[in-house]
Design a protein around this ligand. Structure first.
Ligand SMILES: Cc1ncc(COP(=O)(O)O)c(C=O)c1O
Length: 402
């Protein structure tokens, strides 16, 4: 049996995998089992933001692994405490951290924190527990985070869902105001929806949302699992919006490929968990924390500014393609989190590009999702655009010929 057949026989069929069988990676490149080289403009869904097999990360991981991999959160692991300190300093004043293993777990923690906040800060009608989320959002695959996800396709077989998540429209403050009641405790939003098709929240909207949450004593939870950690050119996407959340969640690229999630709470709710309220055996694993510390060291202002320049160049090239192809409806996103919406399903274009050595992704049916490592060069962009151009030409020709 080949690898595809073995997977088909022994694994639950939860992923639609492409035919790429990976042998090795380095920086912004992937090699398949036959030695073919690919330019990776997807970074494992915004995970390897500083590139694959980063030397500093490898060194940090090896050193920690040689020292200890796990001791339980009932003891102090210096590397974990150091990471908490670094993250808190990068976040907001009086920030407190809970470390987990994944995005869904980071959001679960945020939801539990909000529920406790509503328990401790009731309205006249009693404790508050309802969370306003958004249509087309994605917050994870656990029961609570799937219930908080605003996409029907993730709900169908799960029903009954976890209760008390309601859904407003991104960039429509009135739709939020209509949903609020005396049970509402929080608003949870991705500053840029990823799985929803790269939909950035507008600046005015996020600012209005911040004001509205302050006014009603609601927690503003930002899910930066896909858009955070340098992807937009700032460490957090919310820095581009000049607002500050009450809770921010991150995961994916925090440890550049090792499992790690973090829930970071500000002063309104930072102190409300007490012993026993929440926990995780593996959360904040020392090896992942060592990797994350190496990541944070690399993500300095110079590195981020450089990625902004790269992003501008890529954006310009994509806008250039839009002028040439009527099947491109819109180019959108912030920094190196970019979406190219087509008038047709984007999967065939993505498959064509993979065949020619460019890894990109299709999300929300019609959107080409581009999430390259932040270290890509202009030459990489030129090479990627050449392939994408060819793919769009091919797709246009097929559509013309019916
Ligand atoms: C915005 C957002 N939130 C949460 C998650 C869930 O993260 P994980 O798959 O690590 O549980 C994802 C994953 O794609 C995401 O993009």
């Amino acid at each position: 049996m080949n690898i595809k057949q073995v997977e088909g026989k022994y694994f639950m069929h939860t992923y639609r995998r492409s035919n790429l069988v990976i042998k090795k990676t380095k920086n912004q490149f992937i090699w398949d089992e036959k030695g073919k080289k690919y330019l990776d403009f997807f970074s494992g869904i915004s995970v390897c933001n500083i590139g694959h097999c980063n030397e500093a990360v490898i060194k940090a991981v090896k050193t920690q692994l040689g020292s200890f991999a796990h001791v339980s959160n009932l003891y102090y692991a210096p590397v974990q405490i150091k990471l908490g300190e670094e993250l808190a300093k990068r976040s907001f004043p009086q920030a407190r951290i809970f470390l987990s293993n994944s995005g869904a777990e980071a959001n679960e923690c945020a939801i539990k924190l909000a529920r406790k906040f509503g328990f401790l800060n009731p309205s006249k009608s009693g404790k508050r527990y309802e969370i306003i989320c958004f249509n087309d959002s994605f917050h994870g695959r656990s029961m609570a985070t799937a219930s908080a996800t605003g996409q029907q396709r993730f709900h169908e077989y799960l029903k009954p869902l976890q209760e008390k998540f309601v859904f407003a429209e991104v960039n429509n403050i009135d739709s939020v105001k209509e949903l609020v009641n005396d049970r509402t405790v929080a608003v949870m939003i991705e500053p840029i929806q990823g799985e929803g098709g790269i939909i950035p929240a507008e600046k005015t909207f996020l600012r209005e949302l911040r004001e509205f949450c302050d006014d009603k004593n609601l927690l503003l939870i930002l899910d930066e699992i896909q858009c955070g950690i340098g992807r937009t050119g700032k460490f957090y996407a919310f820095e581009s919006y000049d607002i500050r959340p009450d809770i921010v969640t991150i995961a994916k690229s925090l440890a550049n490929g090792l499992p790690l999630g973090a829930t970071i709470a500000g002063k309104k709710c930072a102190e409300i968990f007490v012993y026993g309220d929440h926990g995780s055996t593996f959360g904040g694993n020392p090896v992942s924390c060592a990797a994350a510390l190496a990541v944070l060291k690399i993500l300095n202002a110079k590195f981020l500014n450089n990625s902004v320049k790269t992003a501008k160049y890529l954006r310009g090239k994509l806008e250039g393609l839009k002028k040439n192809y009527s099947i491109i409806k819109e180019v959108r996103g912030i920094g190196l989190m970019l979406g190219v919406e087509l008038t047709v399903n984007a999967q065939k274009v993505v498959d064509y590009c993979l065949d020619k050595g460019l890894v990109i992704n299709c999300t929300h049916n019609t959107v080409i999702r581009i999430l390259p490592a932040l270290i890509i060069t202009k030459k990489d962009i030129d090479n990627a655009i050449k392939i994408l151009d060819e793919a769009l030409k091919w797709q246009t020709k097929i559509l013309k010929n019916g």
